[in-house]
Design a protein around this ligand. Structure first.
Ligand SMILES: Cc1cc2nc3c(=O)[nH]c(=O)nc-3n(C[C@H](O)[C@H](O)[C@H](O)COP(=O)(O)O)c2cc1C
Length: 175
């Protein structure tokens, strides 16, 4: 798939068929994630593949998007590793870029994905359930599976509404 096409046609998918996502497919997505840029190339992200039903059901109870999580045959949990971090803002942005790579790679592979952030309100409970070390901070959960057929509309504000005017007095011309 063309990059531009992938960016514009990717949609959040919240309803999945029961067909499993293989370990190799999940590895492909994580491989895409690790090619994201990061400040100083510090690669502060860590990933966990989750396909165990009981674990998925347990996680589903920790978000109001229970149905999305419970209905997903696979999840990828994305963490920041405190021992690899150097700047919280930049590290979070790097992790976000890694998550976006997962979403785009999933779309390219014919999978559906949804970035889940609401569950972060129960971050500590998730970390406990997943038995991760205290150096790791959950930053996102991605639900994955094969999309149920159906239209998923993409909605964006017009570009103009996002634009700021350039400075009135470029450097040196302030009267
Ligand atoms: C940081 C972040 C957190 C999100 N959290 C959730 C979530 O908890 N539940 C959910 O259903 N979608 C979540 N989404 C998906 C957004 O709702 C979705 O990307 C947005 O509505 C635009 O739709 P699109 O992805 O189909 O273009 C999240 C997206 C981002 C980037």
């Amino acid at each position: 798939m063309d990059t531009r096409e992938a960016i514009e046609t990717r949609r959040s998918v919240r309803d999945f068929t029961d067909e499993p996502v293989s370990d190799a497919e999940l590895d492909e997505l994580i491989e895409a994630a690790i090619w994201a840029p990061s400040g100083l190339n510090n690669q502060p992200w860590r990933f966990m593949k989750i396909t165990d039903r009981a674990t998925i059901v347990g996680l589903s109870g920790l978000t109001k998007y229970r149905g999305v999580v419970a209905g997903a045959p696979a999840l990828i949990a994305v963490f920041l590793d405190e021992t690899a971090m150097y700047d919280r803002t930049k590290d979070l942005m790097s992790a976000g870029a890694a998550v976006q790579n997962i979403l785009l790679a999933a779309h390219d592979a014919g999978l559906g994905a949804c970035w889940l952030g609401e569950i972060l309100r129960n971050r500590e409970k998730v970390e406990k359930l997943l038995e991760v070390s205290s150096d790791l901070e959950l930053v996102a959960l991605v639900a994955l599976g094969r999309p149920e057929p159906g239209e998923r509309a993409g909605v964006r504000h017009p570009l103009e509404s996002m634009m700021l005017p350039p400075p009135k007095f470029p450097l040196g011309t302030d009267p």
